[in-house]
Design a binder for this molecule. Structure first.
Ligand code: GRG
Length: 299
């Protein structure tokens, strides 16, 4: 990863981390203490913060102000975290390690983990709805951003993708099935991060459509590398259990195409992401470089 991307990512990651910590430091009275502990345990457990940082960067790149878009970035991390809590449950991936720590249900039990995920999911709409109005955004922009966000989460998005990924009866015997899963399980939320940031930052429709295209390619590259790392990396590096895909006999890019071909595919998706975003001209260097460096990530 070149220094420019590293510095930009780190700058917005640190900003986001600090804001999230401050957000999690004041528990609203009505939220039961144990539910709050369970929600904030996973929210503050670390992670790369890719989705919120993408949202903040996209808003800034089209002339928006990151502070005004912060609630959308927090909402993206709330939903991503909720999906990880649910994904780790015994009824789904049944994992005990996430972000280098015991998973939510290991600490709080299944019932609280389910409720923490549900609570984060609903708050991910309640919170930006009120904050973005306070920040003075037009109702039309808020509705546009939150409908893109909703589409990425429900049956059209990660819930649908998770079914394709985990339900044996949904398996489709086609080499394209793995791409379909990745687009719906992973790329769609990454896409919604850049698109909601762009919408709230005041992007034109041409810029929004370039970010849509970019998000799909970036998300695919991200998932392909995720599949490769599951085979090649360690628990220390990943902060989660490696080797799960093979154990659960999942269809992945690696099982479908092998590691070397998967690496080529990740690079190709990254290059396409960089190319589509460069088409909108200025302030896209970060997004181009990020896409190219994601193909080489190690965590
Ligand atoms: C809406 C609560 C809710 C659930 C929806 C469980 C589920 C249904 C979806 C899960 C989908 C899933 C686990 C997709 C994998 C996405 C992915 C590659 C996650 C890893 O993301 P990183 O590497 O994680 O960005 P960190 O920890 O760094 O944030």
């Amino acid at each position: 990863m070149n220094d420019f991307v590293k510095n930009e990512l780190e700058k917005n990651r640190l900003y986001f981390e600090e804001q999230l910590r401050s957000f999690c430091s004041c528990k609203p009275d009505a939220i039961p203490e144990r539910l709050w502990q369970s929600m904030t345990y996973s929210l503050l457990a670390g992670g790369k913060r890719l989705r919120p940082v993408l949202c903040l960067q996209a808003a800034e790149s089209v002339g928006g102000i990151r502070e005004k878009v912060l609630s959308m970035a927090i909402a993206l991390e709330m939903v991503h975290t909720a999906s990880l809590i649910h994904d780790d449950l015994p009824a789904m991936d049944n994992d005990s390690l996430r972000r280098g720590k015991p998973t939510n249900h290991i600490i709080f039990g299944d019932a609280l983990a389910i409720l923490a995920g549900d609570a984060l999911l609903a708050w991910a709409f309640q919170y930006p709805l009120s904050k973005l109005s306070e920040e003075g955004f037009l109702s039309s922009s808020i509705i546009h951003a939150l409908s893109v966000f909703a589409e990425a989460i429900g049956p059209f998005g990660i819930c649908g993708g998770q079914v394709l990924d985990t339900d044996p009866e949904s398996f489709e015997p086609s080499p394209l099935f793995v791409k379909k899963i990745a687009l719906q399980k992973t790329a769609i939320l990454i896409k919604s991060a850049v698109v909601t940031g762009a919408i709230l930052g005041g992007a034109s429709s041409k810029q929004i459509s370039a970010f849509e295209n970019y998000g799909n390619h970036l998300g695919l590259a991200f998932q392909i590398v995720d599949d490769i790392l599951d085979v090649t990396s360690t628990a220390e590096e990943l902060g989660k259990t490696p080797g799960k895909d093979a154990k659960q006999e999942k269809t992945t890019f690696v099982t479908q195409f092998g590691i070397e071909e998967s690496r080529k595919m990740a690079l190709q998706e990254s290059e396409e992401a960089a190319a589509v975003i460069s088409s909108i001209g200025k302030n896209t260097e970060f997004f181009q470089e990020l896409a190219l460096s994601l193909a080489e990530r190690s965590r």
